[in-house]
Design a protein around this ligand. Structure first.
Ligand SMILES: Cc1cc2nc3c(=O)[nH]c(=O)nc-3n(C[C@H](O)[C@H](O)[C@H](O)COP(=O)(O)OP(=O)(O)OC[C@H]3O[C@@H](n4cnc5c(N)ncnc54)[C@H](O)[C@@H]3O)c2cc1C
Length: 551
């Protein structure tokens, strides 16, 4: 190895400047004091999901104080659930506050990365999205923070869009120039985005909305509260109040996981009953039966109702449950042959969760896609590390998401694990760490086994590979997110194959030994002091008894 190579400062590449990319960069700076990293973002701005989704009514369905970074609490959230503009502003503010602007290269897609066992680093191919120009950089460590809800999904079996004379777009790419006033608007899909946007566009009574639904959804009431100025002031100034409040929200929300276990029969039954009652109380009577699902609550993401059910009572909103045949020039043709005339079609049909942007070749010569194919779908250790891909960390990887909690919390847990594995690499004490096949298999056996008793096996959803109920569940973690955090709190080093890590392993063992010796000494001292005080107390009591004080 030449001296130039020996002196090289490790470089970390972060793919994606969404929430996870920004969070990973902040962790590198604040936890490791490490600055030699670059974030490549394919779009022309940061913010990921909250940059791309700008449809009316767009916002989070996890309380804002939890759907934000634990390291950067925000006392200024205006309400319990945050809106898209607020969320986008929060992440942009963090990007500036932590001086990440100079680490970020926008309009740059990471196309591919390839690991060299000799050099112990990745060669990363990057393409400028405006000029098409390509360049290569080297990276010892890679973070894939490319999200899961990036590519808008269109129904594969609905043909004829090219013949439609009106305007059409996906809710994730909202056309703000499209005029809906006095128009007949068809919204295909009734998931979270549709439920948020329909009440908003239907506020204008001249907009005639037809919502095309296939599968009913479960809803919970959205009790949104506005935080008055004095509460925001208290959050900002009263020590620990904001942290305490966030923890309370977190604990309460995480308990919600209990209804995702099929074995909790009574709880699932109660949830079903309560949620059915809620639908009946809000929706038009004639629609209620169709709106109540026959699968268990939670199998598909439960919608935190932003007023969708109530909006169905408006004369300008109607539902269609019958099957669609095709799109024709003036609307949508149903299987019955009926044509629903429309001026605008909005696809609110979700996202492709296939990680098409994840192109990486690892230490065994195979790509991550080939690895996933060999396993029958995406698979990783703690959703973060993949055997054969040293020093590469996938954020929001397989089985990380949850149906009831903040994705940011889970991604922070992953980052916490990764940062500990990266530390020796960036400090020059090890070259690489790679999770073993055995550890990954064992973890996934446990995971898949537990998933069998979850409600997610009860229906077809995007939680399954290829949205096929016969495949594995690849999106969700089968436990409360606090358990996921516990798993990620520190690496089990013995499950990782380290290269050039001998000195680090020695140092780590020495530290462990010192810690053990110190705690034993402290325990011994405490016990000794304790015994000594007991001894003197007993002595005193005996002496006092002898003096006849206790009779
Ligand atoms: C409408 C909507 C509402 C949601 N609401 C919630 C909610 O309430 N609670 C919740 O927990 N989750 C919610 N989610 C899930 C949400 O996606 C995640 O919470 C969050 O965005 C994940 O952040 P991320 O950084 O991992 O991914 P993203 O925010 O998707 O960011 C990924 C970034 O990577 C970039 N990128 C991708 N590929 C490349 C490449 N090859 N090269 C360079 N850059 C690349 C993208 O352009 C993007 O900026 C919601 C999702 C949607 C779509």
């Amino acid at each position: 190895m030449s001296s130039a190579q020996e002196k090289r400062t490790p470089h970390v590449v972060i793919v994606g400047a969404g929430l996870a990319g920004i969070a990973a960069a902040i962790a590198l700076k604040t936890q490791l004091g490490f600055h030699n990293f670059t974030i490549y973002e394919k779009a022309d701005a940061v913010g990921g999901t909250w940059r791309d989704n700008t449809y009316p009514g767009c916002g989070s369905d996890v309380p804002a104080h939890w759907y934000s970074l634990s390291t950067d609490l925000n006392p200024k959230w205006q309400s319990y659930y945050a809106t898209q503009p607020e969320l986008r502003a929060y992440w942009e503010e963090l990007w500036h506050k932590h001086d990440l602007v100079r680490h970020t290269v926008l309009n740059s897609t990471v196309v591919n990365a390839e690991w060299s066992n000799d050099a112990q680093r990745y060669t990363v191919d990057i393409q400028d999205t405006r000029t098409g120009e390509k360049k290569q950089v080297e990276a010892e460590v890679m973070f894939y923070a490319i999200g899961g809800f990036q590519a808008p999904l269109y129904p594969k079996d609905l043909h004829g869009l090219e013949s439609f004379k009106g305007e059409s777009f996906h809710s994730a790419r909202w056309r703000h120039d499209a005029v809906l006033r006095k128009k007949r608007v068809g919204v295909i899909g009734n998931g979270c985005s549709a439920a948020q946007l329909i009440p908003e566009i239907a506020r204008d009574p001249t907009v005639q909305v037809v919502n095309f639904c296939r599968t009913p959804q479960w809803f919970v009431p959205r009790r949104n509260i506005q935080y008055p100025g004095w509460v925001q002031w208290m959050f900002a100034h009263v020590p620990f109040l904001l942290r305490w409040y966030r923890n309370l929200i977190m604990a309460r929300s995480d308990l919600g996981f209990l209804i995702f276990r099929k074995d909790n029969k009574l709880l699932v039954k109660i949830a079903r009953k309560f949620l059915s009652m809620y639908i009946r109380s809000k929706a038009p009577k004639e629609e209620a039966d169709k709106l109540i699902p026959n699968y268990a609550p939670g199998c598909k993401r439960i919608i935190v109702d932003p007023g969708y059910l109530e909006s169905l009572n408006q004369p300008n909103v109607s539902l269609r449950w019958d099957a669609l045949d095709s799109i024709v020039e003036n609307g949508i043709k149903m299987k019955t042959g009926e044509v629903i005339p429309l001026d605008v079609i909005i696809f609110s049909t979700g996202y492709s969760l296939e990680a098409t942007q994840l192109d990486i070749r690892g230490s065994k010569g195979v790509t991550i896609k080939e690895y996933h194919q060999s396993k029958g779908g995406p698979m990783a250790y703690l959703g973060s590390c993949t055997p054969g891909f040293p020093n590469a960390y996938i954020l929001l990887g397989p089985n990380v998401a949850s149906g009831h909690a903040s994705v940011i919390f889970s991604e922070e847990s992953q980052i916490n694990l990764a940062v500990q594995l990266i530390r020796p690499v960036v400090e020059g004490k090890a070259k690489s760490f790679e999770i073993t096949d055995e550890a990954t298999e064992k973890y996934n056996d446990w995971l898949q086994n537990r998933l069998q008793s979850s409600v997610w096996t009860d229906c077809v959803s995007y939680y399954q590979a290829g949205r096929d109920s016969k495949t594995r569940i690849i999106a969700t973690f089968p436990g409360p997110v606090s358990l996921f955090w516990w798993f990620c709190r520190s690496p089990k080093w013995e499950l990782f194959r380290g290269v050039g890590a001998e000195a680090w392993n020695r140092e780590r063992k020495q530290r462990k030994l010192t810690k053990w010796a110190l705690s034993t000494l402290l325990l011994g001292l405490a016990l000794g002091l304790g015994l000594e005080s007991w001894r003197s107390l007993i002595k005193r009591v005996v002496a006092e008894r002898a003096q006849g004080m206790f009779i």
